[in-house]
Write a protein that binds this ligand. Sequence first.
Ligand code: HEM
Length: 610
Amino acid sequence: MRFGCKLGLRILEDLQSSSFCVTAMAVNQLVLASNWSLTGGGALTVAASSSDVQVCSTLASAKSLRFVQELHGQGLKNGAGVGGSSHRSTTSVAARTRRRSRRSRRRFSDDGDGDELAALRISCVSTSEASTASDSGSDSKLPLKAIPGEYGGTLGAIKDRLDFFWFQGLGEFFTSRVQKYQSTVFRVNMPPGPPGFPDPRVILLLDAKSYPVLFDVNKVLKKDVFTGTYHPSWDYTGGVRVLAYLDPSEERHTQLKTFVFEILKTNGRKFLPEFHKAISESFQVWESNLAKGEKASFTDENLQFAFNFQMRAIVGRDPVAPGPASLGRNGGAYAQKWVAPQIAPVTGLGLPHLLEELTFHSFPLPFSLVKKEYDALYAYLSTYATEVVDLATKLGIDKHDAINNVLFFTCFNSFGGFGILLPQILRAIAQGGSSLQQELVREVRAAVNANGGSVTMKGLESMELVKSVVWESLRINPPVPYQYGIAKSDFVIESHTAAFQVKKGEMLAGFQPFATSDPVIFQDPHTFLPKRFVGPEAEKLLPYVIWSNGPETGEPTLGNKTCPGKDFVVAMSRAFVAELFLRYDEITLAPPDGDGIAAKIAFSSLKRAQ
Ligand code: HEM
């Protein structure tokens, strides 16, 4: 069921013209996560110590989060399976994660029961299944408990949705339930929901121990769950089910992921030079604006360079250059508009709550709202991406399929992701103030001087602080905060304190910022520590940085759902920090316009390197 096109258009116009940040529309459920960690408790705040700068993310629900911490602490004190110290638990969970990932790689080709499982989701599961771990056939030493929480039918789904978007907000929605159920694993309805969306019931995983089951494609089916319990109409992608929605058991997944890997490999050498060129254009805009006393908007320029550099590198044609299918300076804005209605069902857009609830939180938005933008992006790729299409043809992928997949991963996965990640990195660095920035300046310039005078992969690899800052940003605010998967069979999952029986066909979901702020793994988990990943600590902690839908120590493969752009994203984020401090001695930001990641960010000063 869809609501009227006119109303939809009105909302979209409001959405685009409101102070709502452009980036907030750009990626899978991101606004919500950001509101949880940034808006929820106010802005990032700085807690500078003598030698190390700490940027603290103060959380609205800090009290509840402390409770989560205590809950884990309780588990430790009780010796409930995680060892007596966070170090020991880290090592043992890391080893298990590695074993699981090896098993997963070995067995991926055995899958094949996808359709049957998708149908299974309609069966309701009793919440009273309680037994012992040994009864369940699991080797868990933890007590087997019934998964707490209830769904409550249609009314329950609406109540949960209102709590999520309105009465409680994101942080409180999760933490109040952790508190109520005394568990980081529980049943709940996740938005969107009735009447216009399918089954919202999930088993939610909120700790670092249970969460990785979502990466295990032997255990969970990743079919059509990219955006959550719903998927947008395939009209948004020309009738094509693009890679992000495919399970590795589907042959097309292998074919299309090979295509993406090949595109990245073929164009790898172009990325750093194109990024340098694109961000240098933005440097000039900012400097010129500041010189004239005008606003130097990072948010607006991010739209330009994050879109243009990847298109120049992948398509080989500047989207701004004049021509029959030129996008001018609208490429980023078109991509954003095209993504917006796809994620609107799980996004709070700052419109009156009642309006949001009665419209896009309850019914899907029609593709016709953004057909114009899609057509322009399609025409650009169809006209100029000839080499990419040739590559696809060699792999047996037809042109329409290829164009829609490239459109999706450049405009949704990549552009959307950078639209969230780069502002977060920038804000954390700005909050770090002069001492952090001076250290970055020293490190970046020494590495660049030692590597031929420009930003190179080798130079980036040697920048320990830059690397740590990027990983810490990805840890504390993973740009895609949710993952979903449908249980392929009955199995037992473990939190730090208990084991739970999951039934075949049940939907599992995770809110990643909880898993990556798990106090069992990370000390001072809600504080942005720029040096957290410097030195030997990095090796111990990186398996728990999981922004790419897999551990940072793992690899994207044809058999898993890890982001194929994983290494590219990390490299370009490091390049962003390096380019910034190669050119500037110090940066400061104006107070944000708006809240959280939805805030528009602008520079208040840029001190050029002498
Ligand atoms: C900051 C930027 C990015 C972030 C945060 C990000 C994050 C993610 C995440 C979390 C997933 C898994 C989604 C799921 O199934 O639950 C994913 C998948 C994917 N990403 Fe990325 N990504 C980014 C950039 C890129 C880039 C640059 C590319 C292009 C190469 C890309 C292409 C894809 C594709 C094609 C998939 C589906 C993989 C599969 O089906 O096996 N992403 N990404």
